[in-house]
Design a protein around this ligand. Structure first.
Ligand code: PBG
Length: 327
């Protein structure tokens, strides 16, 4: 055949494939979500095989191991004891709470690790929603934002580097930004869950924290999976309100949203490979149907290729260890 153009020439050896590879993935792109609880037990999480709800000591150790592998940041998810859950979620802003204690312990043990906190009421709310719930079952936007401000300030006082509002209330980024700035925390960043969809992929996470909504669903605040233009609207708002990083969540089923945000904003884009994405891979691997190391790598490189600068993934430590071993 007379074929002057042969794309296979660029795939013919590992060396040439290295040269032409368009997308890079290294531990520095990853953020490690970690679950933790009161007490001294490290509890395996039934709904997320391979994940653990750590004690504070276990949390510090696990974060340190990931950081030593080059993972720059962790994001914290507490399991709050039932007796501290109330309808006003007041425990979310207590300076002696589980999250501020975890932040202080992590920053003391690993000063160069960036600590990111989740700002939302669901772990503290007896109603299980990210926002306050009225007596007639509505999610109260503006009242919730006032509580989120207090929660973000509490995390900043404890030394959080980045606060990450995952609640999807309107106006919360601007409100948190001004509360932080007024209190002298202008160096604390905001990673906004900009396009967070009302997704069935969060199921295993809610099992890990016993944080499922008591009644109803999250569709009046999280986005409809059918919508893409609406993500651009949320992105424009978050950018104008002062967000430093925009997030898309889930990641794998929403790669088009990552790409559209990448094209629409100069801000860094984060993508969250959520618990259901993790569990789907783990289940298929446990059944012997998929090669774990290869499928994890491919799932992450796909998210990077779509345009994510950073990925929140429960595979952060495992993938980073494999990356070092292959060197
Ligand atoms: C709650 C929150 C959720 C996740 C992160 N923060 C669950 C939800 O919105 O119901 C999900 C993460 C995952 O599934 O891995 N604010």
């Amino acid at each position: 055949m007379h074929l002057p153009v042969r794309p296979r020439r660029n795939r013919q050896s590992p060396a040439i494939r290295d040269l032409v590879r368009e997308t890079d993935l290294n531990p520095g792109h990853l953020i490690y979500p970690l679950f933790f609880q009161e007490g001294t037990e490290n509890t395996p999480i039934a709904s997320m095989p391979g994940c653990t709800r750590w004690s504070l000591d276990g949390l510090v150790k696990e974060a340190g191991e990931a950081h030593a592998l080059g993972v720059p940041a962790v994001v914290l998810f507490p399991r709050i004891p039932d007796e501290l859950k109330t309808r006003d979620a007041a425990a979310c802003a207590a300076d002696d709470g589980l999250v501020p204690r975890a932040i202080r312990a992590l920053k003391k043990a690993h000063p160069s690790l960036a600590v990111i906190t989740d700002v939302a009421l669901d772990p503290y709310n007896s109603d299980g929603h990210d926002g306050l719930v009225s007596d007639d079952g509505r999610i109260l936007n503006d009242e919730t934002v006032a509580v989120l401000q207090q929660q973000a300030l509490c995390h900043a006082r404890a030394g959080a580097d980045i606060v990450a509002p995952s609640d999807m209330m309107d106006g919360r980024v601007a409100a948190i930004r001004s509360a932080l700035d007024e209190a002298g925390f202008e160096a604390v960043s905001i990673m906004s869950y900009t396009a967070k969809y009302a997704s069935a992929y969060y199921g295993p996470f809610r099992g890990a924290l016993d944080s499922a909504p008591r009644a109803g669903d999250k569709k009046t605040y999280q986005m409809d999976p059918a919508n893409a233009r609406e993500a651009l609207r949320e992105a424009a708002l978050d950018e104008a309100e002062g967000a430093d990083i925009l997030m898309v969540k889930p990641a794998g089923p929403y790669l088009d949203i990552i790409t559209r945000l990448r094209d629409a904003t100069p801000l860094p884009i984060a993508a969250y490979q959520v618990s259901g994405e993790y569990l789907m891979i783990k289940s298929a691997v446990a059944a012997g149907w998929l090669d774990e190391a290869k499928i994890v790598h491919e799932s992450l490189i796909g998210i990077r290729r779509a345009g994510a600068d950073m990925i929140l993934t429960y595979f952060a430590k495992q993938w980073s260890a494999a990356w070092h071993a292959a060197r």
